[in-house]
Design a protein around this ligand. Structure first.
Ligand SMILES: CC/C=C\C/C=C\CCC/C=C/CC(=O)SCCNC(=O)CCNC(=O)[C@H](O)C(C)(C)COP(=O)(O)OP(=O)(O)OC[C@H]1O[C@@H](n2cnc3c(N)ncnc32)[C@H](O)[C@@H]1OP(=O)(O)O
Length: 281
């Protein structure tokens, strides 16, 4: 009882000393004056689907947080049902070639920025996290999730080949056989299932509790040297990012070729129809 009260008081304090850092319409950044932790809230209605502008806003917010020497990043959502619905599928449908290339490069850069961030990263998953939404959470170092939501990469279910950097994000948190089965089945996990396979670290009952857990995780590095920590993280993660760091053009070319195939475009049309139909019922 006493412990939970102390926790609540702590939570109150944390909320009081939070100050606004920089926001765009699509992202909101708040920095805790005491801890230096930045909370980056995704705010692209209705479901945080990642279009070009949103990917840009996310990357730029993360870079800004790093350059302001914040002590860590908590990634979360302003929508209390959806963390992120992944890529904005409209960017992939009958695309303008130039915009698609720019979009895909932004995706690559946003991923590298988050995955190799110098500062500790944590995801407060307060809603569904699908496809690239799951990838963003998995690219963080720690994940805590609310019950009764879903998380996973279901690309193969609707006819998408999974790009290598997405495979690698899974591989850096889950064992190979688990990744293989999950990706080949296009498996979407419930919160409880995600906990069982260690795709997430903990389950909590509210967004405030999720933010608190993430702050505690970031605080656990207080006694470490930030430069040594960042370089060690980079060393551990570099093999998974090697391809994108050394040869982003090949990944870009292969993805663009694939997205422009009739097979991909047909599957996408069908999938988008299903998504819209669901809302008309
Ligand atoms: C060699 C080959 C190499 C590389 C291959 C290259 C390319 C392959 C690309 C593969 C990569 C895939 C990664 C992705 O991230 S793809 C995105 C997949 N995401 C989804 O499938 C999520 C779909 N959305 C949902 O399931 C639900 O929306 C969700 C559970 C998130 C929320 O449900 P809720 O009931 O709250 O909202 P909805 O009413 O469903 O949605 C609101 C409106 O938003 C539209 N919507 C939702 N998601 C998306 C999206 N991802 N993109 C675009 N639009 C989206 C939805 O249609 C609704 O629109 P309206 O009906 O209101 O107009």
């Amino acid at each position: 009882m006493l412990r939970s009260r102390t926790k609540l008081i702590e939570l109150g304090k944390r909320q009081l000393c939070r100050s606004m850092c920089k926001s765009s319409e699509l992202t909101l950044v708040e920095v805790d004056d005491k801890t230096g932790i930045a909370t980056l809230t995704m705010n692209k209605p209705p479901v945080n689907s990642c279009n070009l502008e949103f990917l840009r806003a996310l990357k730029s917010a993360m870079k800004e947080i790093e350059s302001n020497k914040c002590s860590g990043i908590i990634l979360t959502s302003s929508n209390d049902k959806v963390f992120s619905s992944g890529l904005d599928l409209n960017e992939l449908r009958q695309p303008n070639p130039e915009r698609l290339a720019t979009f895909w490069k932004e995706l690559q850069e946003m991923w590298v920025t988050l995955y190799l961030s110098n500062v500790p990263t944590a995801a407060a998953i307060n809603g569904h996290a699908l496809a690239v939404g799951c990838v963003m959470a998995a690219a963080c170092e720690y994940r805590v999730m609310l019950p009764d939501f879903t998380i996973g990469i279901h690309a193969t279910k609707f006819g998408y080949v999974v790009p290598p950097f997405i495979v690698n994000t899974y591989l850096s948190v889950l064992p190979h056989p688990v990744v293989e089965r999950a990706l080949l089945q296009g498996k979407i996990f419930s919160t409880q299932e995600a906990l069982q396979i260690n795709l997430i670290d903990e389950v909590v009952n509210s967004k405030d509790e999720a933010l608190c857990k993430c702050a505690d995780f970031i605080g656990s590095f207080e006694q470490t040297n930030p430069v040594a920590r960042a370089l060690t993280k980079r060393q551990l993660r570099a093999p998974f990012a090697k391809q994108l760091l050394e040869d982003p053009e090949t990944e870009l070319r292969e993805s663009l070729e694939y997205i422009n195939t009739p097979l991909f475009q047909e599957s996408l049309d069908q999938y988008l129809l299903q998504l819209k139909k669901k809302n008309k019922k």
